[in-house]
Design a protein around this ligand. Structure first.
Ligand code: PLP
Length: 475
């Protein structure tokens, strides 16, 4: 494709994106395709000869669009806000257009230095001190794995330089609440700790925050029999109910063992932009690493996950490699992000954050987050006001966990099935998409408010739909 051909097709694509976004509210929110439908529609022989742009666009419209959940729809209340602000889409396109290669500072100085600037901007906007050094990873799962690898190496005085974990005299243990995200246990397994050494700590039955006394006991019991507590993961904004662990208490509990504390605030971290909600994040300054995803609620298009660490020296010690072909005269003076994590090649991810922050401005982002918090409070209030509805977890931010109790239904299994039934009816309507989830063994329905397009009216309509649906499936 020549630049002139690109210009023509590119303009058409931009128009298409703008039309798609403008009309997204009219599409069924949950994808209605059946397994295999998309692949069947797209299959055929591998293209040998160029096809018209127009044919590709037709398949994009007719096959791909119905084949995705409409996360940008005002009726999207599933999983977590997966916003993709158009400001950040422009930045992502600029990054792709530039086609920079991020392997060392020298390969694209602007890629490295813009990443330093935007991670510092967000650190400041979140009210964090300058002891933190940030990098952009693809996801919070990767960020958590990086933190666990650093924790492993700190606890073993760099066992990677010797026999690795396999030569350690005592098993290393890791702690997280039962409500921690599944990526935590995945990271624990991938970092080589082994499932036997993962301790899932019980939570408070009302707040779903980690039970600190239970954590202290588990740490002491492990240490007493010669195990080595290596890391504790604090969850700020759990996946199930957006519960907040007490990071201050976790840091204190971990201190006698010199265990690494990683804070996973993947979804909730956006709220740190709001000074009036910083108390939820108290204690973070005492942790060793802290991660959150601008690609969720804040709305810098996926993939954009921040990991801040205090001890960059250790990180570099664990992750650096220095083959001859990557060495340069400037090495001592510059940041080499390849030494801060797993991949060598790096996308220009900073560009989408830079476009997003510069074109939208932090103030407008804060106003939108506040709007979502107010909408969540409205829904919680409406549900509280009805005798047959229960708001079944504290509404710390924008997630409202609901249970409907039809008159006379007291059997737990029947109640569990009923929650799934009314959620399915909401989702099958195409007008909204919510997520039923099991929390501590029982089903509830999560309404995660915060799509960029969702206004109060949309939440009011959702509430009507929830009530209609619950009535329709009640005995
Ligand atoms: C979404 C989420 C994750 C996983 O995020 P990815 O970036 O998709 O890996 C981890 N922890 C929490 C609390 C989350 O909300």
């Amino acid at each position: 494709m020549t630049p002139e051909e690109f210009r023509v097709a590119g303009h058409e694509l931009i128009d298409w994106i703008a039309d798609y976004r403008a009309g997204v509210a009219s599409r069924p929110v949950r994808s209605e395709v059946t397994p295999g439908w998309v692949a069947d529609a797209l299959r055929g022989a591998p293209p040998e000869m160029p096809e018209p742009f127009h044919d590709v666009m037709r398949d994009l419209r007719e096959v791909v669009v119905p084949g995705v959940t409409q996360t940008q729809s005002p009726g999207y209340f599933a999983w977590f806000p997966s916003n993709a602000s158009l400001e950040s889409v422009l930045g992502d396109m600029a990054a792709s257009g530039l086609g920079a290669l991020g392997i060392t500072w020298q390969s694209a100085p602007a890629l490295t230095e813009m990443e330093q600037v935007v991670t510092d901007w967000l650190r400041e906007l979140c009210g964090l001190s300058d002891v933190w050094h940030g990098a952009i990873h693809d996801t919070a799962s990767t960020a958590c794995l990086v933190a666990l690898l650093a924790a492993r190496e700190r606890a073993t005085a760099l066992s990677e330089d010797r026999g690795g974990l396999q030569a350690e005299p005592a098993p290393l243990t890791v702690y997280a609440s039962t409500q921690a995200h599944s990526s935590v246990s995945k990271g624990v397994l991938l970092a080589g700790f082994g499932r036997d050494n993962l301790r899932l700590v019980p939570v408070d039955p009302v707040t779903y925050a980690i039970d600190i006394d239970a954590l202290r006991r588990m740490l002491a019991d492990d240490a007493a029999v010669g195990r080595r507590p290596a890391a504790v993961i604090a969850s700020l904004g759990t996946t199930g109910t957006t519960a907040f662990d007490d990071v201050t208490a976790i840091v204190e509990a971990a201190l006698p063992y010199d265990a690494w504390v990683h804070v996973d605030a993947a979804m909730a971290g956006s709220a740190m932009l709001l000074p009036e909600h910083r108390d939820l994040f108290a204690g973070v300054e005492g942790a060793d690493s802290f991660g959150w995803n601008p690609h969720k609620w804040m709305g810098t298009i996926l993939d954009c996950s921040l990991l801040y660490v205090r001890d960059v020296e250790l990180l570099i010690r664990v992750f650096s490699t220095n083959p001859s072909y990557l060495r340069a005269a400037s090495d001592g003076e510059v940041t080499q992000y390849k030494d801060w994590g797993i991949p060598l090649g790096r996308r220009f991810r900073a560009m989408k954050l830079w476009f997003h922050l510069r074109l939208a401005g932090a103030d407008a982002i804060r106003q939108r987050l506040r709007r979502d918090l107010a909408n969540a409070q409205w829904l919680a209030g409406a549900a509280d006001a009805e005798a047959d509805w229960e708001v079944c977890a504290p509404v710390a931010l924008q997630t409202v966990c609901l249970r409907h109790h039809p008159a006379g239904m007291i059997n737990r299994a029947a109640l569990d099935a009923h929650q799934q039934a009314w959620a399915e009816r909401v989702n099958a309507s195409g007008r909204a998409f919510v997520t039923p989830a099991q929390v501590e063994g029982h089903w509830l329905v999560r309404v995660s408010i915060g799509a960029e397009a969702t206004q109060l009216d949309d939440v009011v309509h959702l509430w009507d739909l929830c009530r209609e649906s619950a009535r329709a499936v009640s005995p």
